[in-house]
Write a protein that binds this ligand. Structure first.
Ligand SMILES: Cc1ncc(COP(=O)(O)O)c(C=O)c1O
Ligand SMILES: [Zn+2]
Length: 400
């Protein structure tokens, strides 16, 4: 067996400080039921040597092995998770003097950033002996789990809302997963999946209900740091927020880098949500410690249809702790942004990713982004599964 160099030391609940052993299967905090997060022996890393060594490693998320939870290289189930591009969209008057960039995760295996979390979580699940996994998903996470489950040789069952885009249902089935379709949003689907699986011996891979998907998402922040620090770090990262795991992951990356003395200041994290389902933005505006469930949620962006984010305390901590903010966009603004990103920039964005572009005018108008700042939009997924989708406000033939 060859060691990855992982410095994983513990699992920790930030709400009640309970610690848990990472050696075996772990779900939520055994004391209070909130999310468990991984901690690392950062003292054992020589920060500057590590930083310098990164450029000589394979350009894949596994290059950050010390800060990931997988201990043995043999455990890794990889589909070749490449470092994703950062594409300049321009500066100057068009964007109110903002230097605008877009990080595009559409080229990851299965077409979305969900590959990051699932590559790491499935590898770790296999390492600790789990053989059957399930997940309730809005689509992308299910497809990613199906693919990595196939790669790792573990059995997978996916619970999807009935109205999940057809290409995602077909893709999950195509990878050999068992797919169950249920009525309602992710909230109802998740509750029913957990009820149905109780006592089945299958492990719940729901985001933040197991500790390792967020570790994979952390690599979004690590890649931004490696590529852009020290001189080109973005002042703000604009992120399409559903469950908010990406925000928690990036914030965790920047916090660990700060602990290592490699980063002075984390970028401000800006949560974008659709006006029809914005529990995190509402909690930010109201100053609440957690998000309350959103009644009658609706949006054309399936990954943002998360009316009751499980780990909202952690998501709010990430946005507030970074000095960030939250903003909503309408479905027609999202649809228009998908078209504009395709026509003007050649970018195939998911509606979720395009929501970040749609949020720019109001962020600028309200001075939450300012002239001279460098701002990174996060496109979390490819637009391909949505080609031909008939959206209200879609102003052009479907994007490429
Ligand atoms: C393409 C896409 N973007 C964003 C999200 C929201 O992700 P997060 O849980 O990190 O908020 C999802 C979740 O399904 C998604 O599929
Ligand atoms: Zn706890």
């Amino acid at each position: 067996m060859s060691a990855t160099g992982s410095l994983l030391s513990d699992l920790e609940c930030r709400a009640c400080c309970t610690r848990a052993d990472p050696a075996g299967p772990a779900g939520v905090c055994p004391t209070c039921g909130q999310a468990l997060l991984a901690t690392y022996d950062l003292d054992r890393l020589e920060p500057n040597a590590w930083r310098r060594g990164l450029s000589g490693r394979e350009p894949s998320l596994w290059k950050y092995a010390e800060l990931l939870p997988v201990a043995a290289t043999e455990s890794i189930a990889s589909l070749g998770e490449p470092t994703t591009p950062v594409i300049p969209l321009g500066a100057g008057a068009e964007f109110a003097g903002i230097d605008l960039l877009l990080k595009d995760d559409g080229g990851l295996p299965t077409g979305s950033f969900k590959a990051r979390g699932m590559a790491v979580a499935v590898s770790r699940a296999r390492e600790i002996g789990l053989r059957r996994l399930y997940v309730p998903s809005a689509g992308n996470a299910g497809v990613a789990l199906a693919a990595y489950g196939a790669r790792a040789g573990v059995r997978v069952r996916i619970y999807l809302p009935e109205d999940t885009p057809a290409p995602m249902k077909a893709a999950a089935r195509g990878y050999g997963a068992e797919v169950r379709l249920l009525p309602g949003t992710l909230r109802e689907v998740g509750a029913e999946a957990r009820r149905a699986e109780q006592g089945s011996g299958s492990f719940d891979m729901s985001t933040m209900r197991e500790p390792y998907r967020v570790e994979g998402k952390k690599t979004m922040g690590l890649e931004i740091y490696e590529r852009m620090s020290p001189d080109r770090m973005p002042d703000a990262i604009v992120y399409p927020t559903g469950g908010g795991t990406g925000l928690v992951g990036m914030y965790k990356a920047f916090s660990e880098l700060r602990q290592l003395g490699l980063l002075e200041k984390a970028p401000r994290l800006v949560a974008v949500q659709p006006a029809g389902c914005a529990p995190i933005v509402r909690a930010l505006r109201e100053g609440s410690p957690r998000a309350e469930p959103w009644e009658s949620p609706s949006t054309i962006a399936p990954g943002l249809l998360v009316p009751a984010p499980f780990a909202s305390e952690r998501v709010l901590e990430a946005v507030r702790g970074s000095g960030g903010t939250g903003v909503t966009v309408s479905d027609s603004e999202i649809a228009r942004a998908v078209g504009e990103l395709a026509r003007r920039h050649g970018i195939s964005a998911s509606p979720e990713g395009a929501a970040t572009y749609a949020a720019l005018p109001s962020l600028v108008r309200e001075q939450r982004l300012r002239a001279g700042e460098r701002v990174l939009l996060y496109n979390t997924g490819s637009g391909l599964p949505f080609v031909g989708a008939a959206w209200p406000g879609r102003d052009e033939p479907p994007s490429p």
